[in-house]
Structures are given as structure tokens and as C-alpha cells.
Design a protein. Structure first.
Length: 276
């Protein structure tokens, strides 16, 4: 009873100290987001956040209106789909970006690691075995991304938005792929630029110290002694970059695949420079 009353008192005091402003962290995989989540979780009380496990589309689609009313801090790999569910004013719209080529290479090795640990979705098994159960898995993954016409990460997460009704279809993944393959990339690119311009804070992994200072100022939260670096890739190069380790042919192919992301990354940098 005493413990419950103390928790309630602490919660009320915390809510007075930190007004309930809404925050959405749009988490693009392998861009430093896990480290940012750790920092944000330590900066806000647990009761401010929607269930930490809400990262899958399935879980997200099962959220009720009450879930969105009772919580005011949200995070996940939902991209712009989040705004199909969330219809309140948003005080803070945050993301963290990483050099697109570095992000791409990091994701290849991350998926390789998940494959070796058996941590992949059943529907990916056939393709993932073909790609990752082979010494030249990196080139096979590059070929797969290009041939399947998958949207590049920033374009997908920041520019692509579809109706909830799509996910009621039994084989919704096939339908989503079809929509992506038929999409006008120039329209998605302009939509992504518009959405980036609406964000209150865009962070950059390559300039994490300055980005953290900016975030803390925007959110009015204490600056950490050091920014935590978590979920670092097991094949992350030491004292160099992934880009420097690519041969000329692979670099050119990846740059072509990521051409919209590279432009969006530069546009985000321009936005960031304009508010310094």
C-alpha cells in the first residue's frame, strides 16, 4: 500500500516537472536508434511510454485508441504509418539518420548475424537461406535488394505511407511489395522531404554529440555524460568505415540503389544547418 502510494506520488510529481508533451521517435533500423531509445527511456519515466514491446506491425495494428490517449511517448519501426493511428497534436517528432551507405552495409551484416542465430521471420526463410548460407552473402544481398525493387530505408520510412486496410489482406506483404514496386519514387522523395521538414529534431549518428545537445535542448532534458553506443554490429570495421572497404563496383551499385536516400540525407543536413 505504502509502495503504491509512493509510486503514485512520484508519478504525479514527475508529471508536474515534465509536462505531458507528445513525442514520436521514428526509428530507422541500424541508424543508432537503439542507443537513442536507451537514452530517452532514462530521460522519461516508464509510464510516459507506450509498451516497449510495440515494434512489430502486428502489435502496432492491435493498439486501441485508448493506448494512444493514455500514452504520450511512442517509438518504433512504423515510419509514417504511425500517423494513421495517432490523431493528436504532436509536440516532438524525432528521428536519427545515418550515412545511407554505412546504414546499408551495417544492415547486411546485422541480417547475417540474425540468420546465424535463427532470428528471422518464417516467411523469409527460403530467401534468407539462399542469401546468407553462402560465402558471398554481401553481394547476394545487394542483388536481392536491387532486383526486388525494395524501397531504400529513408525513402521507405519517411516517404512511404499506406492505408491500414492493406494489412487486413491475408498475404499483405505481397500487396505491400506490389505497391512499392509500382510507386513513383519522385513522389515518395518529395513526400519524404516534406516529412523531414516537419520534424522537430533530426539527429545524425556521424555527429552524435552535437545532435544529442540539440535534442536535449529541444526536449528540455539533461544532457548525458556520454551518449550510449548499443547494438553495434559484430562486423563493424575498426578505425575505418564500411564505405572505405567496398570495392568500386559494389560502391557504385549501392550508391545507385540508395540515390534517393543519399539526397534525403543531404537535404536533412541542410535543414539542420539552417537552424544552427
Amino acid at each position: 500500500m505504502i509502495k503504491s502510494r509512493l509510486h503514485k506520488l512520484y508519478k504525479n510529481v514527475d508529471d508536474l516537472i515534465r509536462p505531458k508533451k507528445t513525442l514520436y521517435f521514428l526509428h530507422i533500423p541500424k541508424s543508432g536508434g537503439t542507443s537513442l531509445v536507451h537514452f530517452l527511456r532514462n530521460s522519461f519515466q516508464p509510464h510516459h511510454w507506450l509498451n516497449d514491446g510495440c515494434y512489430s506491425i502486428k502489435h502496432f495494428l492491435n493498439l486501441t485508441r485508448e493506448d494512444f490517449i493514455q500514452n504520450h511517448c511512442f517509438r518504433g519501426h512504423f515510419g509514417m504509418l504511425f500517423f494513421n493511428q495517432f490523431d493528436r497534436p504532436l509536440d516532438h517528432f524525432v528521428t536519427i539518420l545515418r550515412d545511407p551507405i554505412e546504414q546499408f552495409c551495417s544492415n547486411v551484416h546485422f541480417q547475417k548475424q540474425r540468420f546465424e542465430q535463427g532470428l528471422f521471420e518464417p516467411w523469409k526463410r527460403t530467401e534468407w537461406v539462399r542469401i546468407f548460407d553462402h560465402p558471398d552473402y554481401f553481394n547476394r544481398f545487394v542483388n536481392f535488394r536491387i532486383s526486388s525493387k525494395n524501397l531504400s530505408p529513408i525513402l521507405h520510412n519517411v516517404g512511404f505511407k499506406i492505408s491500414h486496410e492493406i494489412f487486413t489482406i491475408k498475404d499483405y506483404r505481397k500487396e505491400v511489395r506490389r505497391i512499392q514496386q509500382e510507386a513513383d519514387y519522385d513522389i515518395l522523395f518529395n513526400e519524404a522531404k516534406s516529412n523531414l521538414s516537419k520534424m522537430t529534431t533530426i539527429m545524425f549518428l556521424e555527429d552524435i554529440e552535437r545532435s544529442t545537445t540539440r535534442l536535449c535542448k529541444d526536449l528540455n532534458i539533461p544532457h548525458p555524460m556520454t551518449f550510449p553506443i548499443l547494438n553495434k554490429g559484430f562486423l563493424h570495421p575498426k578505425n575505418t568505415t564500411y564505405k572505405e572497404r567496398l570495392n568500386k563496383e559494389n560502391l557504385e551499385r549501392i550508391e545507385e540503389y540508395l540515390k534517393y536516400d543519399i539526397k534525403l540525407y543531404q537535404y536533412a543536413k541542410e535543414l539542420d544547418n539552417s537552424v544552427k
